[in-house]
Ligand binder design. Structure first.
Ligand code: NAD
Length: 296
């Protein structure tokens, strides 16, 4: 049995760590928030007093933190305490440059590392059905895959260091823009007198078909499990969508890629967040589209 250090026991980290415990692993967990530590202790995580304490005996260390700044600061703190054969895996969603900087910190100490952001949200974390998009060497991937399989269903090696984060932000650029496009189409259909169900029935079997429509439909009715049927309770928050669109915008600027739709999607989610809807599910963006349409 390998020992796993787990740092960041929040909405995602807590159920991921709990699934490792369920799979029979010994998990040494740490979070700066006492409430998160207590909650994870109830799920069998052995809570320790600091991030460093969680890595000292660990074969594998997983971080699940808010952003690149926290990841770099925690990795700088814990790497000197890590065992020489340890593997560090960051599952947070962070900017590609910080992910590559974190890999470089680990490499300086001769320690294997992976960036392995996830999709699937809190539901996927609870059900251990996350998709992991993984960047790093073949050797590090081969070592990390079995532990990621305890928390997810699809583990995809995307290539070199940072490529997991690249895959993640590219996916969410499509998701953010497609959710706005689907929302605009529903609001236009409403104004022209077409029912939600008729619009869904046609588009879900036509060329406009996409995940934002068929799995996460932003109007109540056609897809009973979508957050629209539950007051837009997240799900995946508008704040996290804005975060990921900003990461995509920043990455596009850094390499000179044209991403006009992604940048505009970020502006629309920014406006939604400024209206106080950061905690709503990101599909609630249809309410902003409707509100703006009423003003015309
Ligand atoms: P969260 O805010 O619930 O959890 C982050 C945890 O990290 C918190 O408990 C916080 O106290 C802890 N933390 C912060 N700084 C720390 C430090 N220095 N040392 C130890 N602990 C520290 O966030 P989350 O929803 O669990 O998301 C985590 C990551 O996963 C983010 O990067 C997010 O973008 C990504 N993500 C989230 C979702 C989702 O649906 N929530 C989906 C996919 C990806």
């Amino acid at each position: 049995m390998s020992i796993i250090g787990f740092i960041g026991l929040g909405n995602m980290g807590a159920p991921m760590a709990a699934n490792l415990v369920k799979a029979g692993q010994r998990v040494l967990g740490f979070d700066v928030l006492p409430g998160s530590r207590w909650a994870s202790a109830e799920h069998g995580v052995q809570v320790v007093a600091s991030a460093r304490r969680s890595v000292e005996d660990a074969d594998i260390v997983i971080t699940m933190l808010p952003g690149g700044e926290q990841v770099l600061s925690v990795w700088k703190d814990v790497l000197p305490a890590a065992k020489s054969g340890a593997l560090l895996i960051d599952c947070s969603t962070i900017d590609v440059a910080s992910a590559r900087a974190a890999h470089a910190l680990a490499a300086e100490r001769g320690i294997d590392s992976l960036d392995a952001p996830v999709s699937g949200g809190v539901g996927g974390a609870n059900a251990a059905t996350l998709t992991f998009m993984v960047g790093g060497t073949e050797q590090a991937f081969a070592r990390g895959k079995p532990v990621l399989e305890r928390m997810g269903k699809r583990i995809i090696h995307c290539g070199e260091a940072g490529n997991g984060q690249t895959a993640k932000i590219c996916n969410n650029l499509i998701l953010g823009a497609s959710m706005i496009a689907v929302s605009e189409a529903f609001v236009l259909a409403e104004k022209l007198g077409l029912s939600h169900q008729a619009m869904f029935d046609v588009v879900s079997s036509s060329s406009g078909q996409c995940w934002s429509l068929t799995s996460y439909c932003p109007v109540p009715g056609p897809v009973p499990a979508s957050p629209a049927n539950n007051g837009y309770k997240a799900g995946f928050t508008a704040a996290l969508m804005l975060k990921d669109l900003n990461l995509a915008r920043q990455a596009a600027q850094s390499v000179g890629a044209q991403a006009a739709l992604g940048a505009h999607a970020a502006e629309i989610y920014e406006q939604f967040a400024q209206q106080g809807h950061s905690a709503s599910d990101f599909s609630a963006i249809i309410n902003l589209v409707r509100q703006e349409s009423e003003r015309r």
